[in-house]
Design a binder for this molecule. Sequence first.
Ligand SMILES: [Zn+2]
Length: 336
Amino acid sequence: MISRINIQTDSDLNWHDTPGIEEVFVSRSGDKHDVEIPVCVITGREPGPTFTIMSGMHAGEYAGILAAHRIIKTINPDELLGRLIVIPVISKRAFYNRSMQLSPADEKEIHFVKPGNPKGTYSDALIDTLFQIVKSSDYLIDMHSGEMVQALYPWVPVPMIGSKEIQEATLALAKGYKVDFLEYRYEIEAIPPLCLALFEAGIINIWVEIGKNGLPSERDISAHHDGLVAALKTVGMLQGDPDRPKQKMLTGKRHQINASESGIWYPKITEGQIVEKGELLGITTDIFGNFLEEYRARTRSFVLYYWTSPAINIERKPHGYDWHSGLVSLLELEED
Ligand SMILES: [Zn+2]
């Protein structure tokens, strides 16, 4: 049976201590917004760390959501030490709207929303409620993919902040993913505010980018799932040696290319490609197909993702967020 817990204040959530699986909706009725988050809590046979796995922050990134289901179906509480909190879909409202990237309620990008403002907009209330659910965690992995209009090459960005011990523990969560690349991020500005807020609360956390164009392919679901299992083994919550697949480190400066005029986008690259300095990335046309502008790489770069939607709108910038004019996200490689 699925139960409901309503939280009103900054109260701790109390989960069952007996081994087993609980499925609950944690809801909060605000002055303006009602939010409700599905939570599966798997309590293991022995005490141990608390680990949160979450997905569906961006509602069209489906591979992570289905990997969360696989975790719920396959983790046996009798084989688990500690507690696993699985949130398959952070915003049901965005998910059932088939929204992309921005919240359908207030057009906020919730990766950039910090907890602490439950009386703000819908996204503020949602993130604060999410924080109440996860705040007792020692570890957290947030699963992302390319959105429905985003062709993305799988990689794991690793926030390298805090003490050496924290950095090592953070990196250890990423080491079990079957991705070609890890990207170390040392600069605070390169880390989403929600991720930083989790670190401030003492939660070792990473977010993972596996999957493209919203497609929940078996390969991407497995890569998410197997990486999670490796992370649970790494922190001792599951028995066995964690996978340590071959990975390379990506270093370079992130550079996003945005359109300077609205129009129709014709990309000429693919995700995972290395483009040389001056190489053509794509062109835009007007709505009749007449050439508007060409976009070229300013240095030798790795294509992390590009937008596959032809519709480019530079006017649409909710809360200053320029997602609708984005063309290509590059990692500028150092010249060797
Ligand atoms: Zn995402």
